[in-house]
Design a protein around this ligand. Structure first.
Ligand SMILES: Cc1cc2nc3c(=O)[nH]c(=O)nc-3n(C[C@H](O)[C@H](O)[C@H](O)COP(=O)(O)OP(=O)(O)OC[C@H]3O[C@@H](n4cnc5c(N)ncnc54)[C@H](O)[C@@H]3O)c2cc1C
Length: 328
């Protein structure tokens, strides 16, 4: 057994003071961190429980929604404003894990959950994310679930969160507080591509705490959805997932679009190339497919996941088609 201390923080200042030591980890619902501690992939000397930090879901006058980091995943998915104004987010959360886990899991913990790459969990094989410089046995191993975009010779792991794919598509902002003060960054800038430092999942500094997520106003996101393809109908991580919102002009051209992919990269993948191709173009299967082709042009599949680029193309095309149908 690895000994560790447990302290419950009552506010962000107390959490940050307690979290200043490099051996300390913040504890949300514990549904990922505790598993990783059992497997020996995480070995914190101290846990600071941040589930008691003040936090709620607040609607601002400007139409944005601020979600405290300690809010449970179920509470976000069931919130009236989330379901009405950002349906892709509610759907993404409900596509993940199980009801019991969603009841425990927090927003902060979901964002910072670690990869589900089996090689990261298995202490008997090589993993640069667990032990920098060790090598990566996933690259030539069983890599059906792994990355096809933005991977490196050091790491082919994917980010597992469904919620984060919707947050990336919605241009969510993440509020952070740490020993150096407060800052707010786009969610799309929080997670890193692996490069030669796959042990660093994010750009967070030492002791930095997520305090909230802000969803900017996006009235047309009422027409949005999330679709996840996986090996089992429930309780499985995404092979590929798509979060999409579509704003159509009267003449059937795409006024605006948001697209993000899950299950394909080390971070939630905002499909900017596809979005750019679609804005101002006629909506339809042909333009959706062309945009998907452009986004996946740089895909580099591995031995066991050569199906993923075509799956992603078909999923993008189908989901946008579904949203276009809603507009009719
Ligand atoms: C069987 C199973 C199936 C699952 N299936 C899915 C799935 O299909 N889709 C999906 O998206 N997820 C899935 N999950 C993962 C689940 O969503 C995560 O375990 C959960 O969201 C993590 O939240 P938590 O609050 O329990 O985080 P914790 O486990 O408490 O923490 C996770 C990480 O976040 C850090 N942390 C927590 N809060 C903060 C904060 N406020 N500031 C800074 N750091 C913080 C911790 O230090 C830790 O590193 C599954 C999990 C299990 C066990």
């Amino acid at each position: 057994m690895i000994p560790f201390t447990y302290t419950r923080a009552h506010d962000a200042a107390e959490a940050i003071r307690l979290g200043a030591d490099a051996a300390t980890k913040y504890l949300g619902g514990g549904t990922n961190l505790v598993d990783l501690m059992r497997e020996g992939a995480e070995r914190p000397g101290a846990l600071v429980d941040v589930t008691g930090l003040p936090g709620a879901i607040e609607e601002s006058q400007d139409g944005s929604l601020r979600i405290g980091a300690a809010v449970r995943n179920t509470a976000v998915a069931e919130h009236r404003a989330v379901r009405a104004r950002y349906p892709m987010l509610a759907r993404a959360i409900l596509a993940g894990a199980s009801a019991q886990i969603r009841n425990m899991a927090t927003v902060g913990g979901n964002i910072l959950q670690r990869t589900r790459c089996a090689y990261f969990y298995d202490g008997t094989v090589r993993c640069n994310k667990r032990t920098p410089g060790a090598g990566c046995d996933a690259i030539d191993g069983f890599n059906r679930m792994h990355a096809i975009l933005g991977a490196s010779a050091y790491c082919v792991a994917t980010h597992p969160s469904d919620m984060c794919v919707a947050l990336a598509a919605l241009d969510a902002l993440v509020e952070l507080e740490g020993p150096g003060g407060r800052r707010t960054i786009p969610l799309t800038d929080l997670h890193r591509l692996p490069g030669d430092r796959p042990d660093l999942d994010t750009v967070l500094g030492p002791g930095e705490l997520i305090t909230a997520v802000v969803l900017p106003p996006l009235p047309w996101a009422q027409r949005s959805t999330y679709r996840k393809v996986r090996d089992r109908a429930s309780y499985a991580f995404a092979l590929v997932s798509v979060a999409a919102a579509l704003d159509l002009a009267e003449d059937g051209t795409v006024r605006d679009v948001r697209l993000a992919l899950g299950g394909v990269a080390h971070k939630p993948w905002r499909a900017e190339r596809a979005e750019q191709m679609l804005r101002g173009r006629p909506a339809g299967t042909e333009s959706f497919r062309a945009a998907a082709d452009a986004e996946l042009a740089g895909a580099a599949p591995l031995r066991d996941n050569a199906f993923k680029p075509e799956l992603a193309r078909r999923l993008i095309t189908a989901v946008l088609g579904e949203l276009m149908g809603d507009a009719a």
